[in-house]
Design a protein around this ligand. Structure first.
Ligand code: GLU
Length: 472
């Protein structure tokens, strides 16, 4: 059997962490099995679906690298197909027109409520062969009246529903548009979906969908209902917990592989391994290993994983991902070192790409002022001559490399009887304006010769001015 999964978001909202976890599991399972992954946009709710949300979904999926083999398909482009099946079922007696008015249905429900019964349609229009009243009609599916529907869920195990609990579902509204459960099964059937993987808020729809599929003469797909993701406070994940547009994570400097790594662990594990590459996830993931219990969202862990992925990502990968962060920071990559070198120099100290660019700002732009505390402590008259000597060595280096820079600093330090750090820190403060940066040889090489010399000159002038002020 070819494994075919689908991700079927409704564009009534953006793509957020919860929906991405569903998309990821569908995508991973298809990739793991060498099958296909289909993207289907369930936009039948025309009032609440927006083109902006469709863009958010499509862009978000592209950023995450969750590529679809087919689609995006749009349900609004398939209305003819749903209508044809509705008509066919009406002809075959598998569905019927229901003319009940809103008032009639309200009355029915009120009676059931009063008697403490479950509220459900009682099938009163089932037997009518001719329209009995003028007015709008909906189409209802003749749900089997007895027997059970058994869902052998890959995550939840065996779940049994009694048909007596299910009423005759509306499959087409009075304006002819299909309802959710109906369009889903037509599509799952037409798109040859073998595995429906989705949030467990859909579990109650599954027996209805299985009955509908049976009416189509189609065997049901395998089902896997994923446990919920909760906020740290135990409540359903919401905006408050970071269930925001997934593209916000891109803006905040997360790598998509880190986001996916974080999400794969919500409901799935492989021993106690925490860090996974995409290739490892594909190789190891199996939907049968998803566990049933809800997991909670932990932003610190996401941040930690982001850092791990920044540390291990190839420099080319990071350099590509960094570009948009330069734009955001108002910096131009061509004004400083090659982004691959920057990535290698700064990857150890950044939790996000945004932070990395902000840490590296002095490599691309001059700073206005040296951190006063750092200057006071490090740019003192004792270091004046060593700094001048370093400046001269730097100016005459035939090759501007980390090795040559490191060696120059070492030799100058030795000639003044200083250890590396005693000279390294003043250089750092003069060249970066602050007290924290990558190793000094790396820092200086990334800042570049021209800027380094200018900034050392400034530092030297600062010390001289201070010494003078002191004398006067
Ligand atoms: N469109 C549904 C939703 O966004 C998903 C339907 C499904 O996966 O069957 O919740």
């Amino acid at each position: 059997m070819t494994v075919r999964t689908r991700f079927a978001p409704s564009p009534t909202g953006v793509l957020h962490l919860g929906s991405v976890r569903t998309a990821l599991f569908c995508w991973l399972y298809a990739r793991h099995c060498g099958g296909q992954f289909v993207l289907r946009i369930e936009d039948t709710d025309r009032q609440r679906s927006t083109p902006e949300n469709v863009d958010a979904i499509v862009d978000g999926m592209a950023w995450l690298g969750l590529d679809a083999d087919e689609g995006p398909f749009f349900q609004t482009e398939r209305f003819d197909r749903y209508r044809a099946i509705t008509e066919q079922w009406l002809d075959e007696g598998k569905a019927y027109r229901c003319y009940c008015t809103k008032e009639e249905l309200d009355e029915l429900r009120a009676g059931q409520k009063e008697r403490g019964e479950k509220m459900r349609y009682d099938g009163r229009c089932r037997q009518r062969s001719e329209p009995c009243k003028a007015g709008d009609s909906v189409v209802r599916f003749k749900n089997p009246l007895d027997g059970d529907v058994v869902v052998d869920d890959l995550v939840r195990g065996r779940v049994v529903f009694s048909n007596a609990e299910l009423d005759d579902l509306v499959i087409a509204r009075s304006d002819g548009t299909p309802t959710y459960n109906f369009s889903v099964i037509v599509d799952d059937h037409d798109m040859k979906i073998s595995h429906v993987i989705r949030g467990d808020d859909h579990l109650n729809n599954t027996p209805r969908q299985m009955n509908l599929l049976a009416a189509l003469g189609a065997p049901p797909p395998a089902y896997a209902h994923l446990p919920m993701i909760l906020g740290a406070d135990g409540a359903k994940l919401s905006k408050r917990h970071g269930a925001v547009d997934i593209r916000d994570y891109r803006e905040q400097g997360y790598l998509p592989e880190a986001v996916l790594n974080y999400l794969v662990r919500l409901g799935w594990s492989h021993g106690d391994q925490e860090v996974f590459s995409i290739e490892e996830m594909i190789r190891l993931f199996d939907v049968a290993d998803v566990n049933q219990s809800a997991s909670s969202f932990n932003p610190e862990k996401l941040l930690w994983l982001n850092q791990q992925h920044i540390i291990s990502a190839p420099a080319t990968r990071l350099s590509e991902a960094l570009i948009t962060h330069f734009e955001q920071a108002g910096l131009a990559p061509q004004d400083g070192p090659d982004l691959k070198d920057l990535a290698d120099g700064f990857r150890e100290r950044a939790e996000t790409l945004t932070q990395m660019v902000s840490n590296a700002r002095y490599c691309y732009e001059d700073f206005d002022e040296i951190d006063p505390k750092g200057a006071k402590k490090n740019l003192r008259p004792v270091i004046l001559e060593p700094l001048k000597a370093v400046r001269e060595r730097f100016a005459s280096l035939s090759e501007w490399s980390k090795e040559a820079i490191g060696q120059s600093i070492e030799e100058v330090a030795a000639s003044f009887g200083l250890n590396m750090g005693k000279l390294g820190q003043p250089i750092r403060v003069a060249v970066t304006g602050g007290t924290v940066s990558p190793p000094i040889d790396v820092t200086v090489s990334l800042v570049g010769r021209e800027r380094t010399l200018e900034r050392l000159d400034k530092g030297i002038r600062l010390i001289e001015a201070r010494a003078q002020a002191h004398e006067n």
